[in-house]
Design a protein around this ligand. Structure first.
Ligand SMILES: Nc1nc2c(c(=O)[nH]1)N[C@H]1C(S)=C(S)[C@@H](COP(=O)(O)OP(=O)(O)OC[C@H]3O[C@@H](n4cnc5c(=O)[nH]c(N)nc54)[C@H](O)[C@@H]3O)O[C@H]1N2
Ligand SMILES: Nc1nc2c(c(=O)[nH]1)N[C@H]1C(S)=C(S)[C@@H](COP(=O)(O)OP(=O)(O)OC[C@H]3O[C@@H](n4cnc5c(=O)[nH]c(N)nc54)[C@H](O)[C@@H]3O)O[C@H]1N2
Ligand SMILES: [Mo]
Length: 761
C-alpha cells in the first residue's frame, strides 16, 4: 500500500456517512453536474461543450455505451456523462515542467484521484532506464524507441497491445491491423475484465455475442428485469428509457444485493416534473439476491415456468432451439432448499417474479458487471438465455437480451477486430484486403498478458488508452509484472497509475480526446463508434485540442506502423492517417455489416448493424439453432466468519478515474476507503459501525491478500455480502480467480475476513 499521501492529496479513509437516498437525479444532480464541470472547464466552455454531447452534429459522450434515442433531448447527457466530458475538456494541463517538478518516485505515491486532477497530458514524455524523471521526447524519437524495442524481441508474441474501450472504430481497426501485420494476436482489451462472460455465453447460445434489443424494444417490453447493474450511476440515461417503458405499462424487477437509489425512483432532470417532483417509482419487485445467487434464481424460475401448464412457447422451442430435453430434465431437478440458500430470497418472492414473468408477453433482461464477474458468470448468463428462450423472448419486438456495455466504444472495438482469439473468417478477410498472412494462433487476454509479463514471456507492453495497472486484478502481482517489462507505452489523455508503474523504459504518448477537433492532411475528420445496441454513428469533436503537440489515435498508429513495419507493409498508412474515410472504405470491405459505411454513417443517427437472432430469428451457432444449456447450478460458498465482497463503482468515478470523493446516492461523502456491511453481519463479527478495519482475502491456494484501513459502514446489503470500491480493492482479487470460459477476474465475489485495523490509527 502507498505511504500516507502528501497534504495536497486528500486522505480517503475518513468519509462522512449519511443515509442512503431512494431516488436518483433531479435538481441536486443538475447543480452537482454544473459545479463539477465548471471547476474543470469554466462556465462558458461548460455550456458550449455539454450542448454538443450526443447530438447529431456533436460528439459521442465518452461516458457509457447507452444508445441515444432517435430524437435526442437538447440536453442528451447525464450527470455522469458531464463529468466524463469535464474530465477530458478540463483546462488544467500536465506539461513537461510538471514532470520536471515531480520525480517518478513521488508520482508513484500519489492517489489515482490526485493524478487525474492534474489535467490533460500535453507532450510525449520518456522515462529512460534508471532515470528519476520523465523527460520530453519528440514524436519521431518516441516511435524510433518503440521500433527498437519491438525489433529486439525474439518473437512478435513477446509484445502485448492492450486497448481500453474509448478508442474509435477507425483507430481500433488500424491498431489491430498493425498488431497482426507485426505478427501477433496479443490484443487484450478491457472487455476481458468486463463483458467477456456475456460475449462467451451469448455466442454459444444465440450465435452472436451482443445484445439483441434496440431502444424501441425496451419501450415495448412488458417486463424488464435489471440484474446486477446500477444504472443510476453507470448508465443514467437508461433511467429515462425505463421511465418511458413504465409509462407504457412495463413492470420492472430489480435483482441486486444492494438497494440502488436509481432503480428505486427516478427524477428525470430533463422534465419539469422530474426536476422538482417526486419522480417515477421504477422497481415493482426488488429481489435482494445474495452475491452470485443469480444462476440459482433463474434456474428455479425456469423450473416453475416449465411446470406451469401452457407457459412454455412450444412452437418457438420446436422451431428454433436445440437441447430442450436435457435442459428440461436439469431444470426439473432445481431444488427449493438450494435455491433459497443460494439466493437468500423467500419462496414467495420468487413466485411473485414467476407471476410477473407469466403475465408479460414480452420480456427483456438487462445486466452488467453484477452477472459477468463471477466464477460461474458464463453459466449464469446462459441460464438467463434459457429463461428467455422458454417463452420465445428472443427475436421479437419488446423482448431479448440486453447486456449493457461499459465503455462508450468497447463493443465497436471488438467489432473492429480487437480480440485475442479472432475467428478465421475475419483473418481471411484481412488477408484478402491487405495481402499479408495474419497470425492464426490465439493471443493473450488480460489475465494471460499479466502472467506472460510476470514470467518474462512478454517484454513490451503497449496500451491504447485505459489504466491497465489499476484496472487489473491482484494489484501487487500486476505491478511487479509490469515492472519486468523492457518497455511500457501508454497512449493517454490523462495521467494515471499506469504511467507510474513502468518497465525499464517508458513512454507516455498524449492523444486527442472525443471532444476535440481532429484535423489531418485531408481536412477535418470525424470518427465512428458503436453503442451497446449495435448502432454505429459518427462523433465529431469541436474543441481546440488540449495542446498543439497531440496526435490523434489513428495518426499515432499510422506513424508507429510505418516506422515499425517499414517497406515490409503494403498498407497505405500515410493515406489512412490523412483521411479517415480511407480507413472506413477498408472496414466496409472487411467487417460484415459495414457495407456502404461512409454513406450510411453520414445520416444523423447512423445505422444499425445486423443481428441475425434479433432480425430473423436465425441463430448462427454450432447447431444452427438457439442452444438451451444444462449447466450445473453453483454459487459461492462462504466459510463461517467470512463475507463475500463485491468491488464496485461509486457515483464519482469512471472506472479508475476518480472525479470526486462522494457516492451521493449511497450517502457517503469525502472518502472512498469504506466497506459496506449489513449491521447484523458486523455485529456477529464483533465490529462496530465506523470502525477502521483491514480486509483480507482468502484464496483457495492458501494465499492471503490485504487491503488495510477501511471504514466499516452499516449498509442494507444482502446477508453475508459486503461491498467496497474498485480500484482500491483490486489488490484483493487473485490473478487466478477468474470466470470459467471467459477468464474474467471474479471482481464481484471475493471471500474476505474483516479484522480491526492493524495500523496505528
Ligand atoms: N459514471 C460511470 N459510468 C460508468 C462507469 C463508471 O465507472 N462510472 N463504468 C463503465 C463501465 S466500463 C462499465 S462495465 C459499466 C458498469 O456498470 P455496473 O455493472 O452497473 O457497475 P458496478 O458498479 O460494477 O455495479 C455492479 C452492480 O451489480 C450489483 N451486483 C454485484 N454482485 C451481484 C450479484 O452477484 N448479483 C446481482 N444480481 N447483482 C450484483 C452491485 O450491487 C451493483 O449494483 O458502467 C460504465 N459506466
Ligand atoms: N475490482 C474491479 N476491477 C475492475 C472492475 C470492477 O468492477 N472491479 N471493472 C472492470 C471493467 S468493467 C473495466 S471496463 C476495466 C476498465 O479498465 P480501463 O479501460 O483500462 O480503465 P479506465 O479507468 O477506463 O481508463 C482510464 C484512462 O484512460 C485514458 N483515456 C481516457 N480517454 C481516452 C481516450 O479517448 N484515448 C486514450 N488513448 N486514452 C484515454 C486516460 O488516460 C485515463 O486515465 O476495469 C475493470 N476492473
Ligand atoms: Mo467495463
Amino acid at each position: 500500500m502507498a505511504a500516507k499521501p502528501p497534504a495536497d492529496d486528500p486522505a480517503q479513509d475518513a468519509p462522512e456517512i449519511g443515509a442512503p437516498q431512494h431516488a436518483a437525479a433531479g435538481l441536486p444532480a443538475v447543480g452537482h453536474t454544473l459545479r463539477m464541470a465548471g471547476r474543470q472547464m469554466g462556465v462558458r466552455r461548460t455550456a458550449l461543450t455539454l450542448l454538443r454531447v450526443n447530438q447529431p452534429d456533436g460528439f459521442d459522450c465518452p461516458g457509457c455505451a447507452w444508445p441515444e434515442p432517435a430524437k435526442p433531448h437538447r440536453a442528451e447527457f447525464c450527470e455522469n456523462g458531464a463529468k466524463a466530458v469535464a474530465e477530458e475538456a478540463t483546462l488544467r494541463r500536465v506539461t513537461p515542467a510538471f514532470f520536471a517538478e515531480h520525480p517518478l518516485a513521488e508520482l508513484a505515491e500519489r492517489s489515482g484521484y490526485w493524478l487525474g486532477q492534474q489535467g490533460r497530458l500535453t507532450e510525449p514524455m520518456y522515462l529512460a532506464e534508471g532515470d528519476t524523471h520523465y523527460r520530453p521526447i519528440g514524436w519521431d524519437a518516441a516511435f524510433d524507441l518503440v521500433a527498437e524495442e519491438l525489433a529486439a524481441l525474439d518473437s512478435p508474441d513477446e509484445a502485448v497491445f492492450y486497448t481500453s474501450g474509448r478508442t474509435s472504430n477507425e483507430a481500433a481497426f488500424l491498431y489491430q491491423l498493425f498488431a497482426r501485420e507485426f505478427g501477433t494476436n496479443n490484443l487484450p482489451d478491457c472487455s476481458n475484465l468486463c463483458h467477456e462472460s456475456s460475449g462467451a455465453a451469448l455466442t454459444e447460445t444465440l450465435g452472436v455475442g451482443k445484445g439483441s434489443v434496440l431502444l424501441e424494444d425496451l419501450y415495448r417490453a412488458e417486463l424488464i428485469i435489471v440484474a446486477g447493474q446500477n444504472p443510476g450511476t453507470n448508465h443514467p440515461r437508461m433511467l429515462t428509457a425505463l421511465e418511458r417503458a413504465k409509462a407504457a405499462g412495463a413492470r420492472i424487477i430489480t435483482v441486486n444485493p444492494l438497494p440502488e437509489a436509481g432503480l428505486e425512483r427516478f427524477r428525470n432532470p430533463q422534465t419539469a416534473r422530474g426536476l422538482v417532483g417526486g419522480g417515477t417509482p421504477l422497481t415493482d419487485l426488488f429481489l435482494q439476491v445474495r452475491i452470485g445467487g443469480d444462476q440459482a434464481l433463474f434456474r428455479m424460475l425456469n423450473r416453475l415456468v416449465i411446470e406451469r401448464e401452457g407457459a412454455v412457447d412450444r412452437e418457438f422451442v420446436a422451431a428454433h432451439t436445440h437441447g430442450f430435453a436435457e435442459f428440461e430434465a436439469a431444470a426439473r431437478r432445481a431444488d427449493w432448499a438450494e435455491t433459497l440458500a443460494a439466493t437468500g430470497l423467500t419462496r414467495a418472492e420468487i413466485e411473485r417474479a414467476l407471476e410477473m414473468t407469466l403475465n408479460a408477453r414480452s420480456v427483456v433482461v438487462c445486466w452488467a458487471m453484477g452477472l459477468t464477474q463471477h466464477r460461474h458468470a458464463v453459466p449464469t448468463i446462459k441460464e438467463v438465455v434459457n429463461f428467455l428462450l422458454l417463452r420465445g423472448n428472443i427475436g421479437r419486438p419488446g423482448a431479448g437480451v440486453c447486456p449493457v456495455r461499459g465503455h462508450s466504444n468497447v463493443q465497436g472495438d471488438r467489432t473492429m477486430g480487437i480480440v485475442e482469439r479472432p475467428d478465421a473468417a475475419f483473418l481471411d478477410a484481412l488477408r484478402r484486403e491487405f495481402g499479408f498472412e495474419p497470425p492464426r494462433h490465439h493471443g493473450f487476454d488480460v489475465v494471460n498478458a499479466i502472467r506472460a509479463l510476470r514470467d518474462g514471456a512478454a517484454r513490451v507492453f503497449f496500451a491504447m488508452g485505459g489504466n491497465f495497472v489499476a484496472a487489473s486484478p491482484d494489484t501487487e502481482v500486476t505491478e511487479r509484472a509490469m515492472r519486468r517489462a523492457r518497455l511500457t507505452v501508454h497512449v493517454s489523455t490523462k495521467l494515471n497509475r499506469s504511467h507510474c508503474v513502468t518497465g525499464a523504459r517508458a513512454l507516455i504518448l498524449p492523444t486527442l480526446g472525443r471532444t476535440e477537433r481532429d484535423v489531418q492532411a485531408g481536412g477535418e475528420q470525424f470518427v465512428t463508434v458503436e453503442d451497446s445496441m449495435g448502432v454505429v454513428h459518427a462523433s465529431r469533436g469541436r474543441l481546440r485540442p488540449a495542446s498543439e503537440a497531440l496526435l490523434s489515435e489513428p495518426a499515432i498508429v499510422c506513424r508507429l506502423a510505418r516506422r515499425v513495419l517499414g517497406a515490409g507493409s503494403g498498407t497505405p498508412w500515410e493515406e489512412f492517417a490523412g483521411d479517415y474515410a480511407r480507413i472506413r472504405e477498408r472496414i466496409a470491405r472487411v467487417v460484415p455489416g459495414f457495407e456502404d459505411f461512409e454513406a450510411r454513417v453520414a445520416g444523423p443517427r447512423g445505422f444499425t448493424l445486423p443481428h441475425a437472432p434479433r432480425d430473423e430469428r436465425r441463430f448462427p451457432t454450432a447447431t444452427g439453432r438457439a442452444n438451451f444449456s444444462a449447466d450445473e447450478v453453483s454459487y459461492p460458498r462462504v466459510p463461517a466468519g467470512r463475507l463475500l465482497l463485491q468491488t464496485l463503482r461509486s457515483h464519482d468515478q469512471y472506472n479508475t478515474t476518480i472525479y470526486g470523493l462522494d457516492d451521493r446516492y449511497r450517502g457517503i461523502t469525502g472518502g472512498r476507503r469504506v466497506v459496506l456491511v449489513r449491521p447484523a453481519d458486523a455485529a456477529a463479527l464483533g465490529l462496530a459501525d465506523g470502525q477502521l478495519v483491514d480486509l483480507t482475502s482468502e484464496w483457495t491456494d492458501g494465499t492471503e491478500r490485504v487491503a488495510a484501513g477501511f471504514r466499516l459502514t452499516h449498509y442494507p446489503t444482502a446477508p453475508g455480502c459486503a461491498a467496497a470500491y474498485y480500484p482500491e480493492t483490486n489488490v484483493l482479487v487473485p490473478l487466478d480467480a477468474t470466470a470459467e470460459t471467459s477468464n474474467t477476474p471474479v471482481s464481484k465475489s471475493v471471500v474476505i475476513r474483516l479484522t480491526p485495523a492493524a495500523g496505528c490509527q
